[in-house]
Write a protein that binds this ligand. Structure first.
Ligand SMILES: Nc1nc2c(ncn2[C@@H]2O[C@H](COP(=O)(O)OP(=O)(O)OP(=O)(O)O)[C@@H](O)[C@H]2O)c(=O)[nH]1
Ligand SMILES: [Mg+2]
Length: 659
């Protein structure tokens, strides 16, 4: 199954899941099982599954065939080349292809001059009016291709302007673009491009990132330290006719090597194998040539040979457009699509499925707890009522007084419950504080200061190291504090359970220390970035500022996720208390009503006992239904397993390595 087909299936599963989740929510609402925490969890799950994006980034030196490969894999259906692909430098700005239903089909372009202002790319995304927007006619491939030519557009500027925009370094002249006879320099016209089209795959959450070559990627720190590391898969492309060049190697080292982190896939593609096709050689000789190039490239990159996939993007595109099966086979594009499908989608589903399973488990527990309270209340009422059988009016009256006394006592001891809640909130406030944006800002201040110094900054790595070790300490502190909160909750819940017969259970404590791993990944991507070619660029104030802004935005995302978890933990504890209070009050009311009916009619007692029996049966049904609904949600997405024989051995081991 190709990447496209696998992605389709993933989309179908997600839609089914969202629908089932909706049904579960409605059913819970009807049966009064929804509380604030459950509702929040349901909402999060739904938006997690609905908005699940899969980003595949294509990274390589210029002219290796990134855009052509994107055309061949995703857009051959348009019957022509859609993304501009031509000899020499073509794609000048990072280009994201995706789908947003709220925006009409269009190409949005952020002018390169925005680099002169203090705003990170993520922030620019929030100001659509600053982007130039061109409508796209998706039924007209020729118009589509013509508009997309924009991403290849350039401007000519003076050396000073180029320097200010980050395209000219006095310290490393060999990286600078050529100066024209008029003394002007070509720079990209746009800083970033967003293409919004309702392509079937994009509609289902695929985001494709096409990037420009080496020096152009380096000029946008956010791309290097944020977008590419966060992509779910990165396709690195080499050309069979050039082999691994020095600049290929620089990109590979700077952007592609990751250590041990198995959440994403890296695929290496040896493109343009058609340049080795040669009518004067036998097919075996041609294959031997391709194998040799694969072997050499793999050796240089330090990869097993099976991990380099040879293709011809251009012939693959031509073959798809003209319906030439033999040529498609020869282009070997299908093997690459298979690897992408398995590596990326298989991985993505695994992650999503395990996140969903954990949430559904909590959801089931929360709903189950509410049912447990009800079941226990019914059992108690039953004992109470059976005890009244054959008793005279005064005993019944006495019972009523007792329940009323209990009720009054319960009402006055409500203050204990509020006390627990207020201690909990106070401790939480400290935790929120530790993870807040102002705290993060303070922690970053020193690094910002170090980067703002003029001249060459040798101490930057040290400043990074110190900042990150402070951030790690902060997270460790947060984890200790959350541990204290958890012990406090467990102890007070136990006490309340003993005193009031509640069945409170402290919700799962958030695992904040997990975010240390995210910090490490961010730190690594920055250090790697600074290590190779960009240390000299740090002498430019604008560059340093862009770098810190990129860092701050990425960190903020991590901290916001952590805060969200703490928030949910808090809600879950609070809503349990609310639910217990509510159920208990309802319980007193029911017991009093029952006594009243018994006092009024002799038959009231048996009737009430029968009613309670009936309710117990209903509760059993509810329980069974809840199990059914949640286990349906946990059902595996229908990814038919591919017969192992159908996968070429090379691709198969590439997959294993990529996963
Ligand atoms: N012979 C051959 N040429 C190819 C193949 N793939 C791409 N090309 C050509 O190589 C040139 C560069 O391709 P692009 O897709 O523009 O390369 P890119 O990596 O996107 O380059 P930039 O946008 O400049 O970063 C174009 O002329 C393509 O037609 C291939 O498989 N075989
Ligand atoms: Mg390109």
């Amino acid at each position: 199954m190709s990447f496209n087909e696998q992605f389709d299936q993933h989309g179908v599963w997600r839609r089914k899941f969202a629908l089932r989740l909706k049904l579960l929510a409605e059913w819970m609402k009807v049966h009064d099982l929804l509380n604030a925490a459950v509702e929040e969890r349901l909402q999060r799950l739904e938006s997690q599954v609905r908005s699940d994006k899969v980003m595949v980034a294509f990274v390589a030196e210029f002219s290796r065939g990134k855009s052509e490969l994107i055309n061949a894999i995703f857009f051959a259906g348009y019957g022509r080349r859609i993304m501009p692909a031509s000899a020499g430098r073509t794609t000048m700005c990072p280009t994201e292809l995706g789908y947003d239903a709220d925006v009409p089909p269009c190409l949005r372009l952020l002018p390169i001059e925005t680099r002169l202002q203090k705003r990170a790319l993520v922030e620019w995304r929030m100001v659509p009016e600053k982007w130039t927007c061109i409508d796209l006619d998706i039924n007209n491939p020729a118009q589509l291709a013509q508009v997309l030519e924009q991403v290849a557009h350039v401007r000519r500027v003076t050396q000073d302007e180029a320097r200010a925009l980050g395209f000219w370094q006095d310290d490393c002249p060999e990286d600078n673009p050529p100066v024209g006879r008029d003394g002007l320099i070509e720079v990209p016209k746009w800083r970033h491009a967003l293409i919004n089209i309702a392509h079937p795959l994009l509609k289902q959450g695929l985001v494709i990132l096409d990037t420009p070559g080496l020096n152009a990627i380096g000029a946008e720190p956010e791309l290097t330290v944020s977008l590419i590391p966060q992509a779910h898969a990165v396709v690195f492309i080499l050309a069979a006719d050039t082999g691994v060049t020095k600049s290929d190697l620089a990109i590979w080292r700077e952007h592609l090597i990751t250590e041990g982190d198995g959440t994403d896939a890296r695929l290496v593609v040896l493109n343009k194998i058609d340049t080795l096709w040669d009518v004067l050689s036998t097919p075996e000789e041609v294959q031997a040539q391709i194998d040799k190039q694969v072997a050499t490239s793999a050796d240089i990159l330090g990869l097993p040979r099976s991990q380099v996939i040879p293709v011809s993007a251009q012939k693959g595109l031509v073959a798809k457009v003209t319906g030439d099966k033999a040529l498609l086979e020869a282009s070997q594009l299908p093997s690459l699509e298979l690897a992408l499908g398995q590596g990326v989608m298989g991985q993505r589903q695994k992650i999503l499925r395990s996140a969903v399973a954990a949430s559904i488990g909590e959801l089931g527990k929360e709903a189950g707890r509410a049912m447990h309270i009800r079941r226990r209340d019914l059992a108690e009422q039953m004992i109470e009522l059976r005890g009244l059988r054959g008793k005279n009016a005064s005993v019944i009256k006495h019972m009523r007084t007792r329940i009323e006394e209990e009720q009054a006592e319960f009402d006055t001891s409500g203050s204990k419950i509020y006390a627990v809640r207020s201690i909990h909130l106070k401790l939480l406030r400290d935790l929120f504080n530790l993870l807040s944006t102002p705290t993060l800002k303070t922690e970053l201040a020193e690094l910002t200061h170090a980067l703002k110094q003029s001249g060459i900054k040798l101490g930057v790595k040290k400043a990074y190291g110190q900042t990150f070790s402070r951030l790690r300490e902060g997270l460790q502190k947060s984890q200790i504090l959350s541990g204290e909160i958890q012990s406090m909750l467990t102890a007070s819940f136990r006490q309340l359970n003993a005193e009031f017969g509640f069945s409170l259970q402290a919700p799962e404590e958030p695992e904040l220390i997990r975010y240390v791993r995210d910090l490490e990944m961010i730190e690594r991507s920055h250090l790697k970035y600074l290590g190779i070619t960009n240390v000299l660029k740090l002498s430019q104030v604008e560059f340093s500022e862009r770098l810190v802004r990129a860092l701050a935005t990425r960190l903020r995302m991590v901290y916001e996720t952590a805060l969200g978890e703490v928030e949910l933990w808090n809600k879950s504890a609070a809503s349990q208390l609310d639910a217990q209070l509510r159920e208990r009050r309802r319980n007193f009311r029911r017991r009093l009503e029952a006594i009243e009916r018994i006092q009024q009619a002799a038959s009231g007692l048996d009737e009430r006992i029968a009613e309670i029996n009936e309710q117990e049966y209903l509760l059993n049904d509810l329980d069974a239904k809840l199990m059914e609904l949640t286990s349906q949600l946990l059902g595996a997405p229908s990814l038919p397993s591919i017969s192992q024989d159908a996968i070429p051995a090379a691709v198969n081991s590439a997959l294993t390595a990529a996963v």
